[in-house]
Design a protein around this ligand. Structure first.
Ligand SMILES: Nc1ncnc2c1ncn2[C@@H]1O[C@H](COP(=O)(O)OP(=O)(O)OP(=O)(O)O)[C@@H](O)[C@H]1O
Length: 304
């Protein structure tokens, strides 16, 4: 269990992470989503013990960052945003070197290196120097180094950054495989990444955690959408059970309206609109999804 309590990080007067708390259970696959500068990398650096929090605590089971940082790092595999790979080394030399740095016993190193080369599909590039690799292969080398010490928590900062569509699919597949045996936290500013591989999302906005939800919970019914030939607000306001009505005139010449109400109210809404002499073009259940939640969260910022 990862437990983050009131985590704050300031850079001088600027607060990059502001009082963030969450828990992640063993085996979960969690996406840390937010626009550039939202504070994702800063959180990941603190989780992995590479950056000290200004305030707050991080526990991994009974271990605490700060007190037990080394023991925690032994359990964590980390792909930093800009994975520092040595361009002139071959993949195999680099991984052997990293295995030693991760504290893998010398006798075990060849076996572990072979294993991560297999898992990350790097066999055909094993003897190539890193500088000759494509961006996708370099990212895989970065993931491979994170797995050498068989961590049970894997933290990947923007793992698909700069990859082409085929490489993105391969990376997603790799993350899914990793998730079979470890807790995985993936940061990204691309919500399709979260949708593709995660079961839960933490959305960051300007240093704050604004959404913490399971992806399937986000996809719940969320009111009704209507398209009517005129503004139907007055008619709808008279209906018991309608809480919020947000109408707007759209380019198609109709008034579109989001109504906060139980979906069982749909037949009464349809009757009321027809009885008022208005023409109803659309009445449908509106579903919230990750895309709409992310857009809402960031619209709030844009509108202050
Ligand atoms: N060392 C630093 N000194 C000063 N400000 C910093 C430092 N590192 C990060 N920041 C600022 O903190 C904020 C959060 O940065 P962070 O890298 O955590 O965001 P992010 O969500 O990971 O964004 P990105 O996807 O662009 O990496 C940004 O405004 C960034 O400019």
């Amino acid at each position: 269990m990862i437990q983050v309590e009131h985590l704050t990080r300031r850079y001088d007067a600027f607060t990059a992470v502001n009082d963030v708390s969450f828990q992640i259970g063993q085996g979960e696959v969690v996406g840390l989503l937010g626009h550039n500068g939202a504070g994702k990398s800063t959180i990941m650096k603190m989780l992995t013990g590479f950056l000290e929090p200004t305030a707050g605590n991080i526990y991994i089971d009974k271990l605490q960052i700060g007190k037990d940082t080394q023991a925690i790092q032994a359990r964590i595999g980390y792909l930093p945003e800009n994975c520092p790979v040595w361009p002139e080394m071959t993949v195999i030399d680099y991984l052997e070197y990293q295995a030693a740095l991760h504290g893998v016993a010398p006798l075990l190193i060849p076996r572990r290196v072979a294993e991560v080369i297999r898992r990350c599909a790097l066999k055909e590039k094993a003897t190539a120097t890193i500088q000759t690799l494509s961006r996708g292969y370099r990212q895989r080398v970065g993931v491979a180094q994170a797995l050498l010490h068989q961590p049970d928590i894997i933290i990947l900062d923007e793992p698909t950054n700069g990859l082409d569509p085929t490489q993105i699919l391969q990376m997603r597949q790799l993350i899914k495989e990793l998730a079979e045996t470890a807790t995985v936290i993936v940061s990204t500013h691309i919500l399709q990444e979260v949708q593709a591989v995660c079961e839960r999302v933490l959305i960051m906005r300007q240093g704050q955690l604004v959404v913490d939800a399971r992806i399937d919970e986000l996809q719940t019914a969320h009111g009704l959408h209507l398209a009517v030939n005129q503004d139907a607000s007055q008619t709808l306001q008279q209906l018991h059970g309608v809480t919020t009505i947000t109408p707007h005139a759209a380019n198609d010449g109709l008034w579109h309206c989001h109504v906060e109400a139980e979906i069982t109210l749909a037949p009464q809404i349809a009757s009321a609109i027809c009885n008022a002499g208005l023409q109803l073009y659309t009445l449908e259940i509106q579903k919230r999804n990750l895309e709409s939640v992310f857009a809402d969260v960031n619209r709030e910022v844009a509108h202050g």
